[in-house]
Design a protein around this ligand. Structure first.
Ligand SMILES: *Cc1c(COP(=O)(O)O)cnc(C)c1O
Length: 495
């Protein structure tokens, strides 16, 4: 299977090449030229196998230049007992007859980013061998909090790789920051940027498109790539868990093979919900895709009006991993909905770059309305959802998951749709102790990792091991830069 760019269909790359470069040179996103189809027989064959085998089988449909045996080895490494605290890897928790929660935070950094970032470094290492690349790849990451840590954890001490992470100085939680600045590994670097996530992401994109920097780095034996969800190697491992969740519901008798389910996904950069869309396009029986935003509700407006307009205030919320106004992966969706019309996508993206706004065609609007429903949840609604799920179901959820839970309820109230719905849980509540404690009526005492104990004492929910270990870890990184200084940080890192 080949990959082309959303902004230029004449680009043709193998999967290994697409994963290696991350982003197409024309600024477009690399996307599979066709979407493989699955049927009930395929799904049946996955119902009674382990997550690792499901992952290898689904990924093999897209990564035709990798063998299924190779992919199975990667999946065993990525999702094995040293990394994941549950054998199920991505378990589905049933709350009532039609409400289920897909838990994606059982990996080493307690956020769903691990699902892809434990896999991507292995796909990339293999890609370097397959393509005969001898330079060292330097992964540049802009993070809204979770990607940075998960990427470093995946890439730490992987041969022929280095990784540099930029995070918004006042835009991440205390636990998230502590996780990043204590990261082990000889090939990792971390820097806080004075600004918000969009500033950090714009800075990284600028460095990517700076030919001067690229040439300098090439002379030093490096090339740049991305572990952000613009990389296809990030999206594909996420397609797996939607299919896996469906198989679990069939296995456990919650649905019958062929029944439709809805997915409700807390959304920022649109990677996670895009993966759900690909699962649906492959033939998984999915009804609506419910896109849940926090106060940064650019996607809610877009799904309701067809107008994408980022000209609005940026809000720092208690669900910081969704504090995003430019959702990069929307470009892949629009490409598919436009009938792979690269010229049209270039127009939209040029307009976005120039005026911060574009309006999609009527055909795309109709397709969006058919497949998606968008809603948002403010800060009070987020707290209320945490309190409600804790009280009614004894289920402690984090702030991002709470946004999804709230929007799922809004959707049900607005439409009366009774289809079984899976809302996606993207982080452990222990990553956001402060907000979670407050939501369940406690007064947080202190502001750092000591809150882990307070939340544990109150709720009895186990602290993820790796978060508990943060308490004794020494800070390794203390670098801060202004937006224009990001170039220099990268050049110094790759001396
Ligand atoms: C990254 C993240 C999201 C948003 O996912 P996207 O793929 O960027 O839409 C939601 N919740 C958590 C906890 C995250 O880390």
């Amino acid at each position: 299977m080949k990959y082309y760019s959303t902004r230029d269909r004449s680009v043709r790359l193998d999967a290994a090449e697409a994963i290696e470069i991350g982003l197409s040179r024309d600024g477009g996103l690399l996307t599979p030229c066709e979407i493989p189809q699955i049927d009930e027989a395929f799904l049946d064959s996955l119902v009674h196998v382990r997550y690792q085998e499901r992952a290898a089988k689904v990924m093999a449909l897209y990564l035709t230049d990798y063998t299924e045996a190779e992919l199975l080895t990667f999946a065993e490494n990525a999702y094995g007992p040293e990394k994941y605290d549950t054998e199920a890897v991505a378990p589905v928790r049933t709350l009532d007859e039609t409400t289920h929660c897909l838990e994606l935070w059982h990996g080493p950094t307690s956020a769903f980013k691990d699902m892809a970032l434990q896999m991507l470094p292995q796909l990339l290492s293999a890609a370097l061998k397959k393509t005969g690349e001898d330079k060292t790849v330097c992964i540049l990451v802009a993070t809204s909090g979770d990607t940075g840590k998960a990427a470093m954890e995946g890439f730490a001490d992987v041969p022929q790789t280095k990784i540099m992470v930029f995070y918004p100085k006042n835009g991440v939680s205390k636990v998230q920051e502590t996780q990043m600045v204590t990261q082990d590994g000889a090939n990792v670097g971390v820097c806080a940027v004075v600004g918000n996530f969009d500033d950090a992401q714009a800075g990284v994109k600028r460095i990517f498109s700076d030919t001067g920097i690229r040439e300098t780095l090439a002379e030093r034996g490096y090339f740049l790539s991305s572990a952000n969800s613009i990389n296809w190697g990030r999206i594909l491992p996420q397609v797996v868990y939607y299919i896996s969740a469906y198989c679990d519901l069939v296995r456990d008798g919650r649905i019958v093979m062929g029944d439709k389910v809805n997915f409700c996904v807390p959304t920022g950069n649109f990677g996670d919900i895009l993966a759900a869309y690909y699962a649906k396009r492959m033939g998984l029986p999915v009804g609506k895709l419910i896109c849940a935003s926090n106060c940064n509700d650019v996607l809610t407006d877009f799904l309701r009006t067809g107008v994408y307009d980022r000209n609005r205030p940026f809000h720092n919320t208690m669900s910081p991993s969704m504090d995003i106004l430019i959702s990069s992966n929307l470009e892949r969706l629009l490409f598919d909905l436009s009938g792979e019309n690269d010229a049209q996508i270039r127009e939209y993206m040029d307009a976005l770059a120039q005026s911060g706004r574009y309006e999609v065609s009527d055909a795309i609007k109709a397709a969006l309305a058919e497949q998606y429903w968008g809603g948002f949840c403010d800060e009070a609604g987020t707290s209320a959802a945490i309190a409600k799920y804790y009280k009614e179901y004894g289920y402690l959820i984090d702030t991002h998951t709470a946004v999804a839970a709230s929007v799922m309820e809004q959707y049900r109230a607005a439409t009366g749709d009774k289809t079984p719905t899976v809302f996606v849980s993207t982080a452990s509540p222990y990553k956001f102790c402060d907000s979670v404690l407050t939501a369940i009526g406690e007064t947080p005492v202190g502001d750092g990792v000591e809150l882990l104990d307070q939340l544990h004492e109150k709720t009895g929910v186990a602290i993820p091991r790796r978060l508990a270990e943060l308490k004794g870890k020494a800070r390794r990184f203390d670098l801060t830069c202004e937006k224009p200084g990001m170039d220099k940080v990268v050049l110094d890192f790759l001396k």
